[in-house]
Design a protein around this ligand. Structure first.
Ligand code: GLN
Length: 494
């Protein structure tokens, strides 16, 4: 019974709860056991079983009273970048040691208000900087998938939302929250065979989410189906007066938008995403996706996004610049860790030297450099100009098409420790995800096939601002055609 419960989707669990097939307490107990069973993956930083069972009992009362919310009684994992009231929040960093927020992030408050049950806080790259979940102070996360001919090598789950991805793929949460600054929802979704949706910038409030790069950060759902992404986004999203960049727009019924298919839809295929040296299997998967959408009645249109080749460079200037400024607040006075020194200045230096890991320090150095007098115009301002060109490319393309199809990542999951001595090789993982981030557009990754090594590969749909409905509908069509039902090697309860 318990592995049946952990194998459900949000939608099927919701329906089971409504019919009285099981209670939220039963569903949550099964998941608490699953969370324990997947400990070897190191997906969770903090498990909150008592809280989960308490929340589940409250949900059961609301269900009985006919007052169920959209996520009522459904156990999920929370990326440890969202502040959760009274529960340790680390951002994967030593510098937040012992930080128990006195407030709840808007996104988690929305989810809990809709009835969601929190299983715990999941691991991530330190301050969400990374593509492999190798930079967390709490250790690396392991992908529940293995290569088909090599069951020994431990693979990365992608990053930065690697704990979210591993927990959902290994059946240790029905879904999880993620955040995506340059690909951190979509790339780990692709690496672990799940669905990951980055909404339009401004769709979800950033209030109470530890900031990495404020003009790029967006929260979104990581789930095992496109329908689940629609359900969960509906519960997360909404205007928040506490975040001046959240948009005062009504939240549509995303689940209702799933129906209708892609018949008559115009799907753009960006020429510039056909990069030199792109592995043949990625190209093949992309062609496959084109065929599926065409078969479902979409019109395929070649489009140009001419500034694509500058996106990665612009991102790795803008994101570190904003990070260096956001991370200035960790000074040993206000949060978490403090390492004493002879003077105030020395205390700052000691705290930051010990509290931040190597990748975070690299970004702070790059960020302060590109913002410094004398280099600001040459780097930061230039990157901002490139960014607006990239957004312009998409605007032009969306005059002709309704959505864009591209691969999510240039490769499948790689081994733990690979790409670690070459930051540029690591940054290349973001080549297909960063442009939509810079332009603030909604984009989703859907599991679409397996690599030659037997590992999941995702395809990405990018849409117009605030048109998550079209993105979800096209994703649903891909999901139907791909019929991806292969499971990872490591699943809780098996
Ligand atoms: N991999 C990218 C980076 O390291 C994206 C991270 C993210 O989206 N949070 O910046």
């Amino acid at each position: 019974m318990s592995s049946e419960l952990t194998g459900l989707t949000l939608a099927t669990a919701r329906d089971g709860l409504a019919k009285g097939d099981f209670t939220s307490v039963e569903l949550t107990q099964a998941h608490v056991a699953a969370v324990e069973a997947v400990r070897p993956l190191n997906a969770y930083i903090t498990e909150t079983p008592e809280k989960a069972l308490e929340m589940a009992a409250e949900s059961d009362k609301r269900i009985a009273a006919g007052k169920a919310g959209a996520m009522e009684g459904l156990p999920i994992a929370i990326k440890d970048l969202f502040c959760t009231k009274g529960v340790l929040t680390t951002a994967g960093s030593h510098i937040l040691d012992g930080f128990h927020p006195t407030y709840e992030s808007t996104v988690t408050a929305n989810l809990f208000g809709a009835g969601a049950v929190m299983l715990g806080k999941v691991n991530l790259d330190e301050f969400a900087m990374g593509s492999a979940n190798m930079t967390s102070y709490y250790g690396a996360v392991e992908n529940p998938w293995k290569r088909k001919d090599d069951k020994k090598t431990k693979l990365v789950p992608g990053g930065s939302s690697g704990g979210s991805a591993a927990a959902v793929a290994a059946r240790a949460a029905l879904a999880a929250t993620g955040t995506d600054t340059g690909g951190s929802i979509r790339q780990p979704a692709s690496f672990t065979g799940i669905v990951g949706l980055k909404p339009t910038y401004g769709r979800c409030s950033r209030w109470g989410t530890v900031a990495f790069a404020s003009s790029l950060d967006q929260a979104g759902p990581m789930t095992r189906s496109v329908r689940d992404a629609a359900i969960m986004l509906g519960a997360m999203a909404g205007f928040d007066p506490k975040d001046s960049t959240s948009m005062d727009k009504p939240v549509p019924n995303f689940e209702a938008a799933l129906d209708g298919g892609v018949k008559g839809m115009r799907i753009g295929i960006p020429r510039e995403y056909r990069m030199d040296g792109m592995p043949a299997e990625i190209e093949k998967l992309w062609q496959q996706g084109i065929g599926w959408l065409k078969g479902a009645g979409a019109t395929i249109v070649d489009i140009d996004l001419p500034h694509t080749k500058y996106a990665l460079a612009a991102y790795y200037i803008v994101a570190p610049a904003e990070a260096s400024s956001n991370l200035a607040r960790y000074d040993g006075v206000r949060y978490g860790l403090r390492v004493p020194g002879q003077t105030l200045q020395e205390m700052y230096e000691n705290t930051r030297a010990e509290g931040f890991g190597r990748e975070v320090k690299r970004r702070v150095l790059i960020g302060t450099y590109v913002l410094s007098a004398g280099y600001y115009d040459a780097y930061y301002l230039k990157a901002q100009k490139v960014r607006s060109r990239i957004a312009g490319d998409f605007r032009d393309a969306f005059d002709h098409v309704d959505a864009i199809l591209a691969p999510t990542a240039p490769n499948a999951a790689f081994g733990q420790g690979e790409n670690m001595d070459d930051p540029i090789a690591m940054y290349l993982n973001d080549v297909f995800t960063v442009p939509a981030s810079l332009a603030g557009l909604p984009a989703i990754s859907v599991p679409a096939g397996l690599s030659a090594e037997g590992l999941p590969l995702g395809l990405q749909i990018i849409g117009r601002p605030f048109d998550e409905e079209t993105v979800l509908r096209a994703a649903r069509s891909l999901e139907d055609a791909a019929d991806f039902d292969t499971k990872p090697d490591f699943i809780a309860g098996r």
